[in-house]
Design a protein. Structure first.
Ligand code: XIL
Length: 384
Protein backbone atom coordinates (compact mmCIF):
# COMPACT_ATOMS: atom_id res chain seq x y z
CA UNK A 1 0.00 0.00 0.00
CA UNK A 2 1.26 3.45 -0.91
CA UNK A 3 0.73 5.94 1.84
CA UNK A 4 -0.89 9.18 0.86
CA UNK A 5 1.72 11.85 0.41
CA UNK A 6 4.76 9.63 -0.09
CA UNK A 7 4.67 9.91 -3.88
CA UNK A 8 5.27 13.62 -3.72
CA UNK A 9 7.68 13.56 -0.84
CA UNK A 10 10.91 15.35 -1.66
CA UNK A 11 13.86 14.36 0.46
CA UNK A 12 15.24 17.40 2.21
CA UNK A 13 18.73 17.47 3.55
CA UNK A 14 20.11 20.49 5.36
CA UNK A 15 22.64 21.13 2.59
CA UNK A 16 20.08 21.37 -0.22
CA UNK A 17 17.97 24.16 1.24
CA UNK A 18 18.31 27.05 -1.23
CA UNK A 19 19.66 30.31 0.14
CA UNK A 20 16.96 32.86 0.89
CA UNK A 21 16.80 34.72 -2.45
CA UNK A 22 15.76 37.96 -0.78
CA UNK A 23 19.23 37.99 0.83
CA UNK A 24 20.87 38.09 -2.58
CA UNK A 25 21.92 41.23 -4.41
CA UNK A 26 20.08 42.67 -7.39
CA UNK A 27 23.10 41.89 -9.55
CA UNK A 28 23.15 38.23 -8.50
CA UNK A 29 19.43 37.87 -9.13
CA UNK A 30 19.62 39.67 -12.48
CA UNK A 31 22.36 37.24 -13.54
CA UNK A 32 19.82 34.39 -13.38
CA UNK A 33 18.25 35.98 -16.48
CA UNK A 34 21.44 37.31 -18.05
CA UNK A 35 20.12 40.77 -17.18
CA UNK A 36 22.58 43.41 -15.94
CA UNK A 37 21.43 45.69 -13.15
CA UNK A 38 23.00 49.13 -13.16
CA UNK A 39 23.17 52.53 -11.53
CA UNK A 40 24.36 55.99 -12.45
CA UNK A 41 27.33 56.88 -10.28
CA UNK A 42 27.95 60.27 -8.70
CA UNK A 43 31.76 60.44 -8.54
CA UNK A 44 31.78 62.89 -5.62
CA UNK A 45 29.74 60.46 -3.54
CA UNK A 46 31.87 57.51 -4.64
CA UNK A 47 34.98 59.39 -3.49
CA UNK A 48 33.54 60.57 -0.18
CA UNK A 49 35.38 58.84 2.67
CA UNK A 50 32.53 59.76 5.02
CA UNK A 51 29.97 57.97 2.88
CA UNK A 52 31.21 54.35 2.68
CA UNK A 53 27.74 52.89 2.20
CA UNK A 54 27.41 54.56 -1.18
CA UNK A 55 30.52 52.82 -2.48
CA UNK A 56 29.64 49.54 -0.86
CA UNK A 57 26.17 49.44 -2.41
CA UNK A 58 27.38 50.45 -5.90
CA UNK A 59 29.86 47.56 -5.74
CA UNK A 60 27.56 44.95 -4.25
CA UNK A 61 24.15 45.54 -5.84
CA UNK A 62 25.05 46.48 -9.41
CA UNK A 63 27.02 44.90 -12.25
CA UNK A 64 26.90 47.79 -14.68
CA UNK A 65 27.63 51.46 -13.97
CA UNK A 66 27.05 54.73 -15.83
CA UNK A 67 28.83 58.01 -15.14
CA UNK A 68 26.13 60.41 -13.98
CA UNK A 69 28.12 63.41 -15.24
CA UNK A 70 31.85 62.85 -15.72
CA UNK A 71 31.72 61.55 -19.31
CA UNK A 72 29.72 64.53 -20.55
CA UNK A 73 31.53 66.92 -22.88
CA UNK A 74 31.66 69.84 -20.41
CA UNK A 75 33.35 67.57 -17.85
CA UNK A 76 35.78 65.94 -20.25
CA UNK A 77 36.90 69.04 -22.15
CA UNK A 78 36.19 72.11 -20.02
CA UNK A 79 38.91 74.04 -21.83
CA UNK A 80 39.24 73.65 -25.57
CA UNK A 81 41.90 71.10 -26.42
CA UNK A 82 42.52 69.99 -22.81
CA UNK A 83 40.81 66.81 -21.71
CA UNK A 84 40.38 65.91 -18.05
CA UNK A 85 40.02 62.16 -18.05
CA UNK A 86 40.72 61.56 -14.36
CA UNK A 87 37.18 61.20 -12.93
CA UNK A 88 35.99 59.02 -15.83
CA UNK A 89 39.13 56.88 -15.59
CA UNK A 90 38.40 56.42 -11.91
CA UNK A 91 34.94 55.06 -12.60
CA UNK A 92 36.30 52.66 -15.22
CA UNK A 93 38.89 51.38 -12.73
CA UNK A 94 36.22 50.99 -10.03
CA UNK A 95 34.08 49.00 -12.45
CA UNK A 96 36.97 46.75 -13.37
CA UNK A 97 37.79 46.04 -9.73
CA UNK A 98 34.17 45.16 -9.06
CA UNK A 99 33.61 43.09 -12.17
CA UNK A 100 31.10 45.57 -13.63
CA UNK A 101 30.34 46.60 -17.17
CA UNK A 102 30.25 50.30 -18.10
CA UNK A 103 27.62 52.20 -20.07
CA UNK A 104 29.26 55.21 -21.69
CA UNK A 105 27.15 58.34 -21.28
CA UNK A 106 27.14 60.46 -23.40
CA UNK A 107 28.68 61.42 -26.76
CA UNK A 108 26.18 63.78 -28.42
CA UNK A 109 23.70 65.78 -26.38
CA UNK A 110 22.53 69.39 -26.35
CA UNK A 111 23.00 69.73 -22.58
CA UNK A 112 26.17 70.03 -20.51
CA UNK A 113 28.24 71.17 -23.47
CA UNK A 114 31.39 73.20 -22.72
CA UNK A 115 30.86 76.96 -22.76
CA UNK A 116 33.76 77.45 -25.22
CA UNK A 117 31.82 75.38 -27.75
CA UNK A 118 28.37 76.92 -27.42
CA UNK A 119 29.77 80.44 -27.11
CA UNK A 120 32.08 79.92 -30.08
CA UNK A 121 29.13 78.87 -32.20
CA UNK A 122 26.99 81.75 -30.93
CA UNK A 123 29.60 84.41 -31.67
CA UNK A 124 30.59 82.96 -35.03
CA UNK A 125 34.19 82.03 -34.18
CA UNK A 126 33.25 78.38 -34.72
CA UNK A 127 31.74 77.81 -38.17
CA UNK A 128 29.34 75.01 -39.07
CA UNK A 129 32.09 73.06 -40.84
CA UNK A 130 34.36 73.46 -37.83
CA UNK A 131 31.56 72.38 -35.49
CA UNK A 132 31.09 69.15 -37.42
CA UNK A 133 34.85 68.49 -37.27
CA UNK A 134 34.89 69.22 -33.54
CA UNK A 135 32.08 66.73 -32.96
CA UNK A 136 33.84 64.06 -35.00
CA UNK A 137 37.08 64.71 -33.12
CA UNK A 138 35.33 64.57 -29.75
CA UNK A 139 33.56 61.29 -30.48
CA UNK A 140 36.75 59.78 -31.86
CA UNK A 141 38.89 60.93 -28.90
CA UNK A 142 36.50 59.71 -26.24
CA UNK A 143 35.52 56.40 -27.83
CA UNK A 144 39.16 55.57 -28.64
CA UNK A 145 40.30 56.43 -25.15
CA UNK A 146 37.88 53.88 -23.68
CA UNK A 147 38.04 51.39 -26.54
CA UNK A 148 37.30 47.87 -25.32
CA UNK A 149 36.16 49.18 -21.93
CA UNK A 150 32.65 50.35 -22.73
CA UNK A 151 29.82 47.88 -23.17
CA UNK A 152 27.15 50.28 -24.46
CA UNK A 153 27.65 53.87 -25.59
CA UNK A 154 24.83 56.39 -25.51
CA UNK A 155 25.88 57.89 -28.82
CA UNK A 156 22.99 60.31 -29.28
CA UNK A 157 20.86 61.44 -26.33
CA UNK A 158 17.46 63.15 -26.24
CA UNK A 159 17.30 64.27 -29.87
CA UNK A 160 13.51 64.18 -30.23
CA UNK A 161 11.11 66.86 -29.03
CA UNK A 162 8.24 66.21 -26.61
CA UNK A 163 4.51 66.43 -27.25
CA UNK A 164 4.12 69.02 -24.48
CA UNK A 165 6.58 71.32 -26.29
CA UNK A 166 5.65 70.55 -29.89
CA UNK A 167 2.11 69.16 -29.78
CA UNK A 168 1.54 69.39 -33.52
CA UNK A 169 4.49 67.25 -34.52
CA UNK A 170 7.53 65.66 -32.88
CA UNK A 171 10.78 66.70 -34.53
CA UNK A 172 14.51 66.82 -33.89
CA UNK A 173 15.32 69.45 -31.28
CA UNK A 174 18.34 71.21 -29.87
CA UNK A 175 21.79 72.50 -30.64
CA UNK A 176 23.03 69.73 -32.95
CA UNK A 177 20.00 69.47 -35.23
CA UNK A 178 19.86 73.26 -35.36
CA UNK A 179 23.47 73.66 -36.45
CA UNK A 180 24.26 70.45 -38.33
CA UNK A 181 20.86 69.24 -39.56
CA UNK A 182 19.39 65.75 -39.16
CA UNK A 183 22.46 64.03 -40.65
CA UNK A 184 24.47 64.44 -37.44
CA UNK A 185 22.77 61.37 -35.97
CA UNK A 186 23.97 58.90 -38.63
CA UNK A 187 27.39 60.61 -38.67
CA UNK A 188 27.75 60.22 -34.90
CA UNK A 189 27.02 56.48 -35.01
CA UNK A 190 29.47 55.97 -37.88
CA UNK A 191 32.24 57.90 -36.12
CA UNK A 192 31.65 55.97 -32.90
CA UNK A 193 31.70 52.60 -34.71
CA UNK A 194 34.97 53.49 -36.44
CA UNK A 195 36.55 54.34 -33.07
CA UNK A 196 35.46 51.16 -31.24
CA UNK A 197 33.98 48.37 -33.35
CA UNK A 198 33.10 46.28 -30.29
CA UNK A 199 30.95 48.69 -28.27
CA UNK A 200 27.17 48.53 -28.63
CA UNK A 201 25.90 51.86 -29.92
CA UNK A 202 22.64 53.22 -28.49
CA UNK A 203 20.18 55.98 -29.16
CA UNK A 204 18.89 57.06 -25.72
CA UNK A 205 15.83 59.13 -24.79
CA UNK A 206 13.07 59.68 -22.22
CA UNK A 207 9.31 59.44 -22.65
CA UNK A 208 9.78 56.32 -24.79
CA UNK A 209 8.25 53.79 -22.43
CA UNK A 210 5.16 53.04 -24.52
CA UNK A 211 3.42 53.95 -27.75
CA UNK A 212 0.57 56.43 -27.81
CA UNK A 213 -1.66 56.77 -30.86
CA UNK A 214 1.25 56.32 -33.29
CA UNK A 215 0.47 59.71 -34.72
CA UNK A 216 2.53 62.86 -35.24
CA UNK A 217 2.69 63.73 -31.54
CA UNK A 218 3.70 60.24 -30.35
CA UNK A 219 7.38 60.47 -29.37
CA UNK A 220 7.90 56.71 -29.03
CA UNK A 221 6.50 56.25 -32.52
CA UNK A 222 8.76 59.02 -33.84
CA UNK A 223 11.86 57.41 -32.36
CA UNK A 224 10.74 53.99 -33.60
CA UNK A 225 10.47 55.32 -37.14
CA UNK A 226 13.82 57.07 -36.82
CA UNK A 227 15.51 53.87 -35.58
CA UNK A 228 13.91 51.90 -38.39
CA UNK A 229 15.19 54.39 -40.93
CA UNK A 230 18.69 54.28 -39.46
CA UNK A 231 18.73 50.46 -39.58
CA UNK A 232 17.45 50.45 -43.16
CA UNK A 233 20.19 52.86 -44.18
CA UNK A 234 22.88 50.63 -42.68
CA UNK A 235 23.77 53.06 -39.89
CA UNK A 236 25.61 51.17 -37.11
CA UNK A 237 23.02 51.59 -34.36
CA UNK A 238 22.72 48.53 -32.07
CA UNK A 239 20.18 49.56 -29.48
CA UNK A 240 17.60 51.98 -28.18
CA UNK A 241 17.76 53.00 -24.53
CA UNK A 242 14.59 54.00 -22.79
CA UNK A 243 15.57 56.26 -19.90
CA UNK A 244 12.56 55.51 -17.72
CA UNK A 245 12.21 58.79 -15.80
CA UNK A 246 8.67 58.49 -14.46
CA UNK A 247 6.56 60.40 -11.94
CA UNK A 248 3.80 59.03 -9.75
CA UNK A 249 1.57 62.00 -10.58
CA UNK A 250 1.19 60.76 -14.17
CA UNK A 251 -0.89 57.93 -15.59
CA UNK A 252 2.09 55.93 -16.83
CA UNK A 253 1.79 52.44 -18.25
CA UNK A 254 1.29 48.76 -17.55
CA UNK A 255 3.87 46.07 -18.27
CA UNK A 256 2.11 44.96 -21.47
CA UNK A 257 2.28 48.44 -22.97
CA UNK A 258 5.95 48.77 -22.09
CA UNK A 259 6.75 45.31 -23.43
CA UNK A 260 5.02 46.21 -26.71
CA UNK A 261 7.38 49.16 -27.19
CA UNK A 262 10.49 47.13 -26.32
CA UNK A 263 9.37 44.35 -28.68
CA UNK A 264 8.86 46.85 -31.50
CA UNK A 265 12.43 48.10 -31.13
CA UNK A 266 13.92 44.63 -30.84
CA UNK A 267 11.94 43.50 -33.90
CA UNK A 268 14.07 46.02 -35.81
CA UNK A 269 17.14 44.01 -34.81
CA UNK A 270 18.01 46.34 -31.94
CA UNK A 271 18.90 45.63 -28.34
CA UNK A 272 16.89 47.47 -25.70
CA UNK A 273 17.70 48.69 -22.20
CA UNK A 274 16.31 50.81 -19.41
CA UNK A 275 19.05 53.33 -18.87
CA UNK A 276 18.00 55.93 -16.26
CA UNK A 277 15.08 54.61 -14.23
CA UNK A 278 13.69 56.67 -11.39
CA UNK A 279 10.11 57.33 -10.30
CA UNK A 280 9.69 60.65 -8.57
CA UNK A 281 6.82 62.11 -6.52
CA UNK A 282 5.67 65.56 -5.54
CA UNK A 283 6.88 66.55 -2.09
CA UNK A 284 3.67 68.08 -0.78
CA UNK A 285 3.58 69.84 2.60
CA UNK A 286 2.15 66.59 4.02
CA UNK A 287 4.99 64.48 2.60
CA UNK A 288 7.53 66.93 3.97
CA UNK A 289 5.84 66.85 7.38
CA UNK A 290 6.12 63.06 7.43
CA UNK A 291 2.39 62.31 6.98
CA UNK A 292 2.19 58.58 6.18
CA UNK A 293 -1.21 59.08 4.50
CA UNK A 294 0.62 61.03 1.83
CA UNK A 295 3.95 59.21 1.84
CA UNK A 296 2.77 55.59 1.58
CA UNK A 297 0.73 55.90 -1.61
CA UNK A 298 3.69 57.61 -3.28
CA UNK A 299 6.16 54.92 -2.23
CA UNK A 300 3.75 52.24 -3.45
CA UNK A 301 3.11 53.97 -6.77
CA UNK A 302 6.84 54.40 -7.26
CA UNK A 303 7.42 50.71 -6.53
CA UNK A 304 4.65 49.79 -8.96
CA UNK A 305 6.26 51.74 -11.78
CA UNK A 306 9.75 50.35 -11.12
CA UNK A 307 8.18 46.92 -11.29
CA UNK A 308 6.30 47.57 -14.55
CA UNK A 309 9.57 48.53 -16.25
CA UNK A 310 11.36 45.52 -14.76
CA UNK A 311 8.68 43.07 -15.84
CA UNK A 312 8.65 44.44 -19.38
CA UNK A 313 12.46 44.27 -19.51
CA UNK A 314 12.45 40.67 -18.28
CA UNK A 315 9.80 39.81 -20.87
CA UNK A 316 11.82 41.23 -23.78
CA UNK A 317 14.83 38.98 -24.34
CA UNK A 318 16.78 41.78 -26.00
CA UNK A 319 16.54 44.00 -22.92
CA UNK A 320 20.16 43.78 -21.80
CA UNK A 321 20.26 46.02 -18.75
CA UNK A 322 18.10 47.83 -16.23
CA UNK A 323 19.93 50.87 -14.91
CA UNK A 324 18.62 53.26 -12.25
CA UNK A 325 19.56 56.94 -12.24
CA UNK A 326 21.02 56.91 -8.76
CA UNK A 327 19.94 54.38 -6.15
CA UNK A 328 19.52 56.47 -2.99
CA UNK A 329 17.46 59.57 -2.23
CA UNK A 330 20.61 60.89 -0.55
CA UNK A 331 22.21 61.38 -3.99
CA UNK A 332 19.46 61.86 -6.54
CA UNK A 333 19.25 64.53 -9.21
CA UNK A 334 15.48 64.81 -8.68
CA UNK A 335 15.28 67.26 -5.72
CA UNK A 336 17.78 69.63 -7.35
CA UNK A 337 16.20 69.41 -10.81
CA UNK A 338 12.46 69.32 -10.12
CA UNK A 339 11.86 72.18 -7.73
CA UNK A 340 8.54 73.71 -8.75
CA UNK A 341 6.71 71.89 -7.28
CA UNK A 342 9.42 70.10 -5.31
CA UNK A 343 9.82 66.44 -6.16
CA UNK A 344 11.75 63.55 -4.60
CA UNK A 345 11.44 59.99 -3.21
CA UNK A 346 12.52 58.77 -6.65
CA UNK A 347 15.05 56.01 -5.95
CA UNK A 348 15.33 52.47 -4.52
CA UNK A 349 16.84 53.42 -1.11
CA UNK A 350 15.91 56.23 1.24
CA UNK A 351 18.38 58.89 2.43
CA UNK A 352 19.66 56.54 5.16
CA UNK A 353 20.29 53.72 2.70
CA UNK A 354 17.26 51.74 3.83
CA UNK A 355 15.76 49.80 0.91
CA UNK A 356 12.30 51.06 0.00
CA UNK A 357 9.31 49.17 -1.32
CA UNK A 358 10.59 49.79 -4.87
CA UNK A 359 13.77 47.88 -4.10
CA UNK A 360 11.88 44.83 -2.90
CA UNK A 361 9.43 45.03 -5.80
CA UNK A 362 12.10 44.73 -8.46
CA UNK A 363 13.90 42.14 -6.37
CA UNK A 364 10.71 40.06 -6.22
CA UNK A 365 10.30 40.44 -10.00
CA UNK A 366 13.80 39.06 -10.49
CA UNK A 367 13.18 36.17 -8.09
CA UNK A 368 9.69 35.10 -9.08
CA UNK A 369 10.21 35.01 -12.83
CA UNK A 370 11.52 32.42 -15.22
CA UNK A 371 10.46 30.16 -18.07
CA UNK A 372 8.28 29.94 -20.03
CA UNK A 373 7.49 33.68 -20.14
CA UNK A 374 10.88 34.94 -19.02
CA UNK A 375 13.79 33.48 -20.95
CA UNK A 376 17.51 34.29 -20.83
CA UNK A 377 18.79 37.38 -22.66
CA UNK A 378 19.84 37.23 -26.30
CA UNK A 379 23.17 39.03 -26.60
CA UNK A 380 23.55 41.75 -29.21
CA UNK A 381 26.42 41.86 -31.67
CA UNK A 382 27.62 45.22 -32.91
CA UNK A 383 26.34 45.89 -36.41
CA UNK A 384 28.98 45.41 -39.10
C1 XIL B 1 21.51 64.73 -15.02
C2 XIL B 1 22.39 64.50 -13.78
O1 XIL B 1 21.79 63.50 -13.00
C3 XIL B 1 22.52 65.78 -13.00
O2 XIL B 1 23.45 65.60 -11.94
C4 XIL B 1 22.98 66.92 -13.91
O3 XIL B 1 23.00 68.13 -13.18
C5 XIL B 1 22.04 67.05 -15.10
O4 XIL B 1 21.97 65.82 -15.78
N1 XIL B 1 18.83 62.64 -18.86
C6 XIL B 1 20.15 62.28 -19.02
C7 XIL B 1 21.10 62.47 -17.90
O5 XIL B 1 20.50 61.72 -20.07
O6 XIL B 1 22.41 62.75 -18.35
C8 XIL B 1 20.64 63.55 -16.94
O7 XIL B 1 21.52 63.56 -15.83
C9 XIL B 1 19.22 63.29 -16.51
C10 XIL B 1 18.30 63.30 -17.70
Amino acid sequence: MVLAGTLNAVPVSAGSTPADPSEQSLRALGARHGLYIGTAVDMAALDDANDPQYRQLVASQFNTVTAENVMKWESLEPTRGTYDWAPADKLIEFAKRNNQKVRGHVLVWQNQLPAWLTEGVANGTITTAQLRDLLKKHITNVVKRYKGKIWQWDVVNEAASDPWDTPAEIHLKGFWAQHLGAGYIADAFRWARAADPSALLFYNDYNLEAFGDKGLSDKTWYVYKMAKQLRQSGVPIDGVGSQGHLGTQYGNYDAFQVKEALDAFSDLGLATAFTEVDVRSQMTAGVQAGDSNEINPRLQASAGNYSVLMQACLANRHCLSYTVWGFTDKHSWVPTWFTNPPEGLATLYDESYQPKRAYNSIKADLIFSGPPYVQPRIQQNPRR
